[in-house]
Ligand binder design. Structure first.
Ligand code: PMP
Length: 462
C-alpha cells in the first residue's frame, strides 16, 4: 500500500526529513530568560564515564534536532533538555508548517464536497488515513479510525466491540504495567457487564509474568489488553507471542501502542493485533489526534459509538442507517488539521532509517543507565531486556516532585508522579517516581546534563 498522490496539497506534505534544515533553526530565547550563554554552567560534579553515543548505527540525532525548533529554546536560563517524551513529544517544523499551511490555504470541512476546498481537505484527511494504515502495516485505510488519541480509541473499543461481545462471567486480562487508559475503560465495562477484569502479574524486572499469563488465559477470556511498551517501566512485552496464545482461546487482543510508535517500526498484522491504538502527540504530531486500527471483520461487526453527522447513511425519525467503516465511528467534524499534522509527522519520522533510530535509542538507553548508576541513592524501576528508553527512578532522600522541580531550574524537563500507571509503581512499592523519557532527538549530552544536575542535588547544592 502506498500513500495516495496528493500533489495538489504539496504544501501540506513537507519533504521527507532532510536532516539539513533549509532555514537554520534559531534559538528562541523568551524575553524573560537569560540567553544560554549567560546561564550558570551545569558542570557534572563527576563526569559520566562512558562516551555518549553519537551518530551510532547510521543515525545522527543532530539531523532530527535541527528540525525541532523547541529544542533550541532556553528554560530558566539554560538550553532546554526535553526528557518528557513519554508525556508528549516535540514537533518538527514540518509538522508546525503543515498546520499553518492547512489553516492558511486549505481550511474546509470534509466529506461534504460541494466545492474545491472541501474536496482538497477531504483528500488531505484521507491521505492521512492511508499514511497511518501504511505506517502500521494495516490491510487498508478503511481499518483506521481517527480518534482524539489512545484513550479515546480504547474507550471506543470498550463501548462498541466490548459492549457487544463481553458478557457476565467473561474475563478481560490486563497486565499490571498498563496505563490507566488501558485499565479503567475495561473496569467500567466489566462492571456494566458483570465481567471480570484480571490483572496479569509482573516479574521483578518489570516484565510480564508469561507463565502466569498462560495460566490465566482460558475460554472465558474475551480480551487481552496489553501495551507494546510501558510508559513507566519501558518494558516491551512479547506481544506477538501473547497474541498468538490468546487467539488459541478465541480471545481478542488490543495493543496500546502509545509508547511504541515513536521508538520502533510497528506491523499490526505481524503482531497479530486485533486492535491497535496510538496518540499522534507522542509521535511528533499535534495533540487531539490519534488512531484506532481494527481488523476489518471486527470493525465491520461493531455497532456505532457516538451518533451525529458524518457517521450516517440515512436518517429518519423511524430509524437511521450508518455510513460504512471507518466513517461509522467518526461522528462529527474530525480534527482535520491534526490529521494534516499527523501525516507530516509520519512522513518526517519514516524519512529516517527506523531501525537505525531504534539502535541509536538503545545505545542512548544503555549510556543513560550507566551514567545514572553514578548517582548515589538512585534506583531505576524496571530492567526488562529490550526496554524502550524510559528511565523511571527514585532518589533516596528526595521527593520525586522536588527532583522534577530542581531539574527544571537547570532547564531539564522530566515528569514526576504516578505517570497514570499506579499499579506498575506499586509493583515496586512506591506511589511516585521521577521519569526521564528519551526520543530520537535526545543525545548523550542531554543525559550528561541530567546526571550532573542530579549529582549536584545529592551533594546538597542549591
Ligand atoms: N497508554 C500509554 C502507554 C501511555 O503512555 C499514554 C499516555 N501517557 C496513554 C495510553 C494515554 O494517551 P493519551 O493521553 O494521549 O490518550
Amino acid at each position: 500500500m502506498t500513500i495516495p498522490d496528493v500533489r495538489v496539497y504539496e504544501h501540506l506534505m513537507p519533504a521527507p526529513p532532510t536532516g539539513q534544515s533549509p532555514v537554520p533553526v534559531q534559538a528562541n530565547p523568551r524575553a524573560y530568560e537569560r540567553p544560554a550563554a549567560q546561564a550558570a554552567p551545569a558542570t557534572p560534579a563527576t563526569a559520566p564515564q562512558s562516551t555518549p553515543p553519537r551518530g551510532a548505527g547510521g543515525f545522527d540525532p543532530e539531523a532530527a534536532r535541527r528540525d525541532v525548533p523547541v529544542l533550541h529554546r532556553t528554560v530558566n536560563g539554560h538550553p532546554l533538555v526535553w526528557l518528557d517524551n513519554g508525556a508528549t513529544t516535540q514537533k518538527p517544523r514540518q509538522v508546525v508548517e503543515a498546520l499553518a499551511a492547512y489553516y492558511s490555504a486549505a481550511n474546509s470541512n470534509i466529506h461534504r464536497g460541494a466545492h474545491t476546498m472541501a474536496r482538497e481537505a477531504t483528500e488531505t484527511y484521507e491521505a492521512g488515513r492511508a499514511a497511518v494504515a501504511d505506517f502500521l502495516g494495516a490491510e487498508s485505510p478503511d481499518t483506521v479510525v481517527f480518534t482524539r488519541g489512545t484513550t479515546e480509541a480504547i474507550n471506543l473499543v470498550a463501548q462498541t466491540w466490548g459492549r457487544a461481545n463481553i458478557g457476565p462471567g467473561d474475563e478481560i486480562l490486563v497486565p499490571r504495567l498498563e496505563h490507566h487508559s488501558n485499565i479503567v475503560p475495561w473496569q467500567l465495562l466489566a462492571k456494566e457487564k458483570r465481567a471480570r477484569l484480571i490483572p496479569v502479574p509482573l516479574l521483578a524486572d518489570g516484565s510480564i509474568d508469561q507463565a502466569a499469563f498462560a495460566d490465566l488465559l482460558s475460554f472465558r477470556t474475551q480480551l487481552v489488553a496489553v501495551s507494546q511498551a510501558s510508559n513507566v517501566l519501558g518494558t516491551v512485552p512479547p506481544v506477538k507471542q501473547m497474541a498468538a496464545l490468546a487467539h488459541r482461546y478465541g480471545a481478542k487482543v488490543l495493543v496500546d501502542g502509545a509508547q511504541a510508535v515513536a521508538h520502533f517500526p510497528v506491523d499490526v498484522r505481524e503482531l497479530g493485533a486485533d486492535f491497535y491504538v496510538f496518540s499522534g502527540h507522542k509521535l511528533f504530531a499535534p495533540t487531539g489526534i490519534g488512531a484506532l486500527y481494527g481488523r476489518p471483520e471486527l470493525l465491520e461487526g461493531m455497532p456505532p459509538w457516538q451518533g451525529g453527522g458524518n457517521m450516517i447513511d440515512q436518517v429518519d425519525f423511524t430509524g437511521s442507517t450508518y455510513a460504512p467503516v471507518p466513517h461509522r465511528f467518526e461522528a462529527g467534524t474530525g480534527h482535520i488539521s491534526g490529521v494534516a499534522g499527523l501525516l507530516s509527522a509520519i512522513n518526517w519520522l519514516t524519512g529516517f532509517d527506523r531501525e537505525a533510530v531504534a539502535a541509536y535509542e538503545q545505545g542512548l538507553l544503555a549510556y543513560a543507565e550507566q551514567a545514572l548508576g553514578a548517582v548515589p541513592g538512585l534506583e531505576i524501576l524496571g530492567s526488562a531486556p529490550g526496554r524502550i528508553a524510559v528511565l523511571t527512578f527514585t532518589l533516596a532522600g528526595h521527593d520525586p516532585a522536588d527532583i522534577a522541580h530542581r531539574l527544571d531550574r537547570d532547564g531539564i524537563a522530566v515528569r514526576a508522579g504516578h505517570h497514570c500507571a499506579q499499579p506498575s509503581l506499586r509493583h515496586y512499592g512506591v506511589e511516585s517516581a521521577a521519569r526521564a523519557s528519551l526520543a530520537l532527538y535526545n543525545t548523550g549530552e542531554d543525559v550528561d546534563r541530567l546526571v550532573a544536575s542530579l549529582l549536584r542535588m545529592t551533594q546538597g547544592a542549591t
